[in-house]
Write a protein that binds this ligand. Structure first.
Ligand SMILES: [Zn+2]
Length: 242
Protein backbone atom coordinates (compact mmCIF):
# COMPACT_ATOMS: atom_id res chain seq x y z
CA UNK A 1 0.00 0.00 0.00
CA UNK A 2 1.39 3.37 -0.97
CA UNK A 3 1.97 6.17 1.49
CA UNK A 4 -0.93 8.07 -0.03
CA UNK A 5 -3.25 5.13 0.54
CA UNK A 6 -1.93 4.71 4.07
CA UNK A 7 -2.56 8.37 4.81
CA UNK A 8 -6.06 8.12 3.38
CA UNK A 9 -6.72 5.07 5.52
CA UNK A 10 -5.52 6.88 8.62
CA UNK A 11 -7.75 9.83 7.84
CA UNK A 12 -10.75 7.54 7.36
CA UNK A 13 -10.01 5.78 10.63
CA UNK A 14 -9.93 9.13 12.42
CA UNK A 15 -13.20 10.19 10.79
CA UNK A 16 -14.79 6.94 11.87
CA UNK A 17 -13.55 7.47 15.41
CA UNK A 18 -14.91 11.02 15.30
CA UNK A 19 -18.33 9.75 14.30
CA UNK A 20 -18.04 6.92 16.75
CA UNK A 21 -18.83 4.36 14.08
CA UNK A 22 -18.70 0.75 15.27
CA UNK A 23 -18.28 0.80 19.03
CA UNK A 24 -17.42 3.98 20.92
CA UNK A 25 -20.29 6.35 21.40
CA UNK A 26 -22.66 4.39 19.14
CA UNK A 27 -22.24 1.08 20.95
CA UNK A 28 -25.56 -0.56 21.71
CA UNK A 29 -27.50 1.29 19.00
CA UNK A 30 -28.86 -0.50 15.92
CA UNK A 31 -26.73 -0.26 12.81
CA UNK A 32 -27.05 3.10 11.08
CA UNK A 33 -28.38 4.81 14.21
CA UNK A 34 -26.00 7.26 15.82
CA UNK A 35 -25.80 8.69 19.31
CA UNK A 36 -26.15 12.07 17.66
CA UNK A 37 -29.74 12.54 16.51
CA UNK A 38 -29.70 13.30 12.77
CA UNK A 39 -31.52 16.58 13.07
CA UNK A 40 -32.70 17.21 9.51
CA UNK A 41 -33.70 13.63 8.83
CA UNK A 42 -35.09 12.43 12.16
CA UNK A 43 -36.89 15.61 13.20
CA UNK A 44 -38.54 16.26 9.85
CA UNK A 45 -41.96 15.00 11.00
CA UNK A 46 -41.33 15.50 14.71
CA UNK A 47 -40.03 12.91 17.17
CA UNK A 48 -40.83 12.26 20.82
CA UNK A 49 -38.00 12.48 23.33
CA UNK A 50 -37.55 12.93 27.06
CA UNK A 51 -35.12 15.75 28.01
CA UNK A 52 -32.56 14.50 30.52
CA UNK A 53 -31.22 17.89 31.63
CA UNK A 54 -32.46 21.46 31.90
CA UNK A 55 -30.81 24.06 29.65
CA UNK A 56 -28.52 25.41 32.41
CA UNK A 57 -27.01 21.94 32.65
CA UNK A 58 -26.56 21.25 28.95
CA UNK A 59 -23.00 20.59 27.89
CA UNK A 60 -21.69 23.45 25.78
CA UNK A 61 -18.52 23.57 23.75
CA UNK A 62 -16.95 25.42 20.85
CA UNK A 63 -16.27 24.29 17.34
CA UNK A 64 -13.95 25.70 14.71
CA UNK A 65 -15.56 25.54 11.29
CA UNK A 66 -15.66 27.78 8.30
CA UNK A 67 -17.46 27.16 5.06
CA UNK A 68 -20.20 28.24 2.76
CA UNK A 69 -23.31 26.11 3.14
CA UNK A 70 -24.93 27.26 -0.12
CA UNK A 71 -22.00 26.24 -2.32
CA UNK A 72 -20.89 23.40 -0.01
CA UNK A 73 -17.44 24.92 0.19
CA UNK A 74 -15.41 23.96 3.23
CA UNK A 75 -12.67 26.37 4.26
CA UNK A 76 -11.83 24.89 7.64
CA UNK A 77 -12.90 21.34 8.48
CA UNK A 78 -15.15 21.20 11.54
CA UNK A 79 -13.36 20.25 14.77
CA UNK A 80 -13.81 20.84 18.48
CA UNK A 81 -12.01 23.85 19.94
CA UNK A 82 -9.55 22.67 22.59
CA UNK A 83 -10.59 25.65 24.71
CA UNK A 84 -13.92 24.03 25.62
CA UNK A 85 -15.24 22.42 28.79
CA UNK A 86 -14.80 18.65 29.00
CA UNK A 87 -17.96 18.09 31.05
CA UNK A 88 -21.43 19.55 31.50
CA UNK A 89 -21.82 22.17 34.28
CA UNK A 90 -21.79 20.45 37.66
CA UNK A 91 -24.63 22.64 38.91
CA UNK A 92 -27.02 25.32 37.76
CA UNK A 93 -25.13 27.81 39.94
CA UNK A 94 -21.78 26.95 38.38
CA UNK A 95 -23.09 27.21 34.85
CA UNK A 96 -22.73 31.00 34.18
CA UNK A 97 -19.14 31.12 35.53
CA UNK A 98 -18.18 28.10 33.47
CA UNK A 99 -19.73 29.77 30.46
CA UNK A 100 -17.73 32.99 30.99
CA UNK A 101 -14.46 31.05 31.20
CA UNK A 102 -14.76 29.84 27.63
CA UNK A 103 -16.40 32.75 25.81
CA UNK A 104 -13.16 34.11 24.38
CA UNK A 105 -10.79 32.14 22.16
CA UNK A 106 -7.62 31.04 23.91
CA UNK A 107 -4.55 30.71 21.73
CA UNK A 108 -2.44 29.30 24.53
CA UNK A 109 -4.47 26.06 24.69
CA UNK A 110 -5.88 25.81 21.16
CA UNK A 111 -3.87 26.06 17.96
CA UNK A 112 -7.00 26.89 15.95
CA UNK A 113 -7.80 29.78 18.29
CA UNK A 114 -4.22 30.96 17.74
CA UNK A 115 -4.81 30.72 13.98
CA UNK A 116 -8.00 32.78 14.41
CA UNK A 117 -10.21 30.13 12.83
CA UNK A 118 -13.95 30.90 13.06
CA UNK A 119 -15.27 29.66 16.41
CA UNK A 120 -18.89 28.74 17.09
CA UNK A 121 -20.83 27.80 20.19
CA UNK A 122 -22.66 24.46 20.32
CA UNK A 123 -24.86 22.78 22.92
CA UNK A 124 -25.65 19.12 23.48
CA UNK A 125 -29.18 18.43 24.66
CA UNK A 126 -29.26 14.96 26.25
CA UNK A 127 -32.50 13.08 25.60
CA UNK A 128 -34.02 9.66 26.05
CA UNK A 129 -35.20 8.22 22.75
CA UNK A 130 -38.18 5.89 23.37
CA UNK A 131 -37.75 4.38 19.91
CA UNK A 132 -34.33 2.95 20.77
CA UNK A 133 -34.84 2.85 24.55
CA UNK A 134 -31.61 4.66 25.34
CA UNK A 135 -30.04 8.10 25.60
CA UNK A 136 -28.98 10.19 22.62
CA UNK A 137 -27.95 13.82 22.10
CA UNK A 138 -29.08 16.71 19.95
CA UNK A 139 -25.95 18.57 18.95
CA UNK A 140 -27.16 22.11 18.38
CA UNK A 141 -25.68 25.30 17.04
CA UNK A 142 -26.21 28.31 19.28
CA UNK A 143 -29.11 29.62 17.17
CA UNK A 144 -31.09 26.37 17.32
CA UNK A 145 -30.29 25.81 21.00
CA UNK A 146 -31.65 29.30 21.71
CA UNK A 147 -34.91 28.52 19.89
CA UNK A 148 -35.39 25.26 21.78
CA UNK A 149 -34.60 26.93 25.11
CA UNK A 150 -37.31 29.54 24.38
CA UNK A 151 -39.85 26.76 23.78
CA UNK A 152 -38.58 24.80 26.78
CA UNK A 153 -39.07 27.80 29.08
CA UNK A 154 -42.56 28.51 27.71
CA UNK A 155 -43.69 24.91 28.22
CA UNK A 156 -42.28 24.76 31.71
CA UNK A 157 -43.73 28.13 32.71
CA UNK A 158 -47.21 27.09 31.56
CA UNK A 159 -47.04 23.83 33.53
CA UNK A 160 -45.70 25.53 36.65
CA UNK A 161 -48.98 27.47 36.93
CA UNK A 162 -50.59 24.22 37.99
CA UNK A 163 -47.64 22.66 39.78
CA UNK A 164 -44.79 24.90 40.88
CA UNK A 165 -42.38 21.98 41.23
CA UNK A 166 -42.94 20.81 37.68
CA UNK A 167 -39.88 20.18 35.51
CA UNK A 168 -39.73 19.29 31.84
CA UNK A 169 -36.74 17.07 32.62
CA UNK A 170 -38.10 13.53 32.59
CA UNK A 171 -41.30 14.43 30.73
CA UNK A 172 -42.24 13.88 27.10
CA UNK A 173 -41.66 16.48 24.39
CA UNK A 174 -41.90 16.47 20.61
CA UNK A 175 -39.02 18.13 18.78
CA UNK A 176 -39.56 18.91 15.13
CA UNK A 177 -38.11 20.88 12.29
CA UNK A 178 -40.09 24.09 11.85
CA UNK A 179 -42.33 24.50 8.79
CA UNK A 180 -39.93 27.04 7.25
CA UNK A 181 -37.13 24.50 7.69
CA UNK A 182 -34.90 27.04 9.40
CA UNK A 183 -34.82 25.71 12.94
CA UNK A 184 -36.47 23.34 15.43
CA UNK A 185 -39.34 23.62 17.86
CA UNK A 186 -40.32 21.84 21.06
CA UNK A 187 -43.87 21.11 22.14
CA UNK A 188 -45.28 18.90 24.84
CA UNK A 189 -45.56 15.18 24.09
CA UNK A 190 -47.22 12.02 25.40
CA UNK A 191 -45.56 8.88 26.73
CA UNK A 192 -46.67 6.13 29.09
CA UNK A 193 -45.52 6.44 32.68
CA UNK A 194 -43.47 3.22 32.33
CA UNK A 195 -41.52 4.75 29.43
CA UNK A 196 -40.92 7.95 31.40
CA UNK A 197 -39.65 5.84 34.31
CA UNK A 198 -37.17 4.14 31.98
CA UNK A 199 -36.07 7.52 30.68
CA UNK A 200 -35.53 9.02 34.13
CA UNK A 201 -32.99 6.29 34.93
CA UNK A 202 -30.66 8.11 32.51
CA UNK A 203 -30.87 11.52 34.21
CA UNK A 204 -27.32 12.41 35.27
CA UNK A 205 -26.00 9.07 34.03
CA UNK A 206 -22.18 8.90 33.83
CA UNK A 207 -22.74 6.89 30.65
CA UNK A 208 -23.38 10.21 28.89
CA UNK A 209 -19.74 11.08 28.36
CA UNK A 210 -19.56 14.53 26.78
CA UNK A 211 -15.81 14.51 26.52
CA UNK A 212 -16.03 11.44 24.32
CA UNK A 213 -18.97 12.88 22.37
CA UNK A 214 -17.14 16.15 21.65
CA UNK A 215 -14.14 14.24 20.27
CA UNK A 216 -11.22 16.42 21.28
CA UNK A 217 -8.50 15.87 18.70
CA UNK A 218 -4.79 15.97 19.42
CA UNK A 219 -2.69 18.89 18.22
CA UNK A 220 -1.16 16.92 15.32
CA UNK A 221 -4.65 16.35 13.91
CA UNK A 222 -5.57 20.00 14.30
CA UNK A 223 -2.33 21.05 12.67
CA UNK A 224 -3.25 18.93 9.66
CA UNK A 225 -6.73 20.50 9.46
CA UNK A 226 -5.23 23.99 9.57
CA UNK A 227 -2.65 23.13 6.93
CA UNK A 228 -5.47 22.05 4.60
CA UNK A 229 -7.61 25.11 5.35
CA UNK A 230 -8.30 27.60 2.57
CA UNK A 231 -5.74 30.40 2.57
CA UNK A 232 -7.07 33.60 4.05
CA UNK A 233 -9.45 31.78 6.41
CA UNK A 234 -6.84 30.97 9.05
CA UNK A 235 -3.53 32.51 9.99
CA UNK A 236 -1.19 29.73 8.91
CA UNK A 237 1.87 31.51 10.30
CA UNK A 238 1.07 29.90 13.69
CA UNK A 239 2.01 26.55 12.15
CA UNK A 240 5.59 27.77 11.72
CA UNK A 241 6.07 29.26 15.15
CA UNK A 242 6.37 26.07 17.07
ZN1 LIG B 1 -9.98 26.99 19.68
Amino acid sequence: MSIREKLKEREEARDKAAQGAGGGINAGLPEGVTRYVKLGQELKDGKTFVPLAEPDMWFFYYVHEDGDFATRTQHVRKHTCLHSPHAAPASKEESPDLFDQYVKPNGSVCLSCRAKAKRKLYFMLPVYDPEYKTWRVLDLKEFHAGKLIDDYDKLEKAAKKFNKDYSLVGDAVVIRKTADGKTYSMESGELDEAVLEAARAFIGSPEINYEELANFRDEADIREILEKATDGHVDKSVLLNF
